[in-house]
Design a protein around this ligand. Sequence first.
Ligand SMILES: *Cc1c(COP(=O)(O)O)cnc(C)c1O
Length: 349
Amino acid sequence: MIDLRSDTVTLPTPAMREAMAGAPLGDDVYGDDPTVNALEARTAELLGKEAAVFVPTGTMSNQIGVRAHTEPGDLVLIDESAHIVRSESGAPAALSGVTLKPLPGRSGVFTAADVDDAIEPEHPFNPIHLESPPRLLCVENTHNGGGGTVWPLAQVEEVSAAARRHGLATHLDGARLWHATAATGVPEADYAAPFDTVNVCFSKGLGAPVGSALAGSLELVARARRFKQQFGGGFRQAGILAAAALHALEHHRGALSADIANARALARGIARIDGLEVDPDRVQSNLVRFRVTAMPAGAFALRCHAGGVHLLPQGETGVRAVTHRDISAPDVERALDIMRRVLRPACRG
Ligand SMILES: *Cc1c(COP(=O)(O)O)cnc(C)c1O
C-alpha cells in the first residue's frame, strides 16, 4: 500500500529505534529526564527561543500555547481554515474558554489588513467592555488546510507587526515549519522570530512516532508547563520518545526537500490525468490538494485504495495526498499509474 494519507504514517527506522532503546531516562514530571531536557534545549536553540517544553501531540502544544496567552472570554484571531479551528475538536472553547475570530486567509495566508479589519477601533461612543478582548493572533506555517502553503517571510513579519500594534500576543502553529524551511531555505528561527510561542511537531514528516514541542520565553514556557500538566500531558520516562525526536532532528530534517520534490512530481502527474484537476504552482511543500471531476472524491479514494494507494477524500470533490520519508520517487509513479487505471473506465463512459 502506498500510503499518502499523511506524513504522520511514517514508521521509526531501525536507527531511530536503537536511539530510543539506548536513551538515558528519568521522570520528566520531576524535570529529570535527560533526553527530554536535551530535546527541549535543542528545539529552543533551533527556533531561537529561550526554552521549549516537550508534549505528546501538536494539538496539546497549540492548546497550552493558546491557554498560556489568554483568559476565558478572550478573542483569538486566526485563519478560518487553521488546524486549531478545524481539527482540534473545539479545544480552544473547551479548554481555554476563548472565542475564535476567523480571518479570511487565501490558502491559509492572510494580510496585516485582515488583522486590522478584525479589531474594532476604539471610539468614545462604543463602550470598550462590550467586546471580547482581542488577545492573541495565530499563524499556521506551512498551512495544512491551505494545501501546504508556505508563508512569505515578509508577510509573516507584517501580520505579526500588526498584531503587536494592537497589543496582541502571537502564536505560530509550525507543525510543519520544517517543510517551510526545506522549501525556501529560510531558517526555522527566522520564521519563528516574530512569534511569542511556536509549536513544532516531530511526528509530521520528520518520522518520529510521537511528540511535539512549544517554544518561547522562559516565562511563557513555565506558564505553558502548568497547562501541560492540567491538560494531562505530564508523561514520565518520555525520554524514550524524545530520543526519537532528537534522532529525527539530527538525521531526517535535511531530507525533507526530497518529499517536496516528490509532491511536485505527484502534482505534475495529476495535472496530466483526465478527470483530475490540480494547480501544480500551489504545491509549495509536501501536501497536494487536488479535485476529482470524473467521479465523487469518496468513490475515487475507495477505488484507489483497492488498487493500492491510500488517499484522503475531502468534501465532495477534494482529495489530499501527502508525501513523506516512506514514499520514494518510484512510489509516486506507481501511485499515478493506479490513479490513471481507476479513472480510465469512468472517462471512457
Ligand atoms: C497535525 C497538525 C497539528 C496537530 O498535531 P497532532 O500531533 O496530530 O495533535 C497541529 N497543527 C497543524 C498545522 C497540523 O498539521
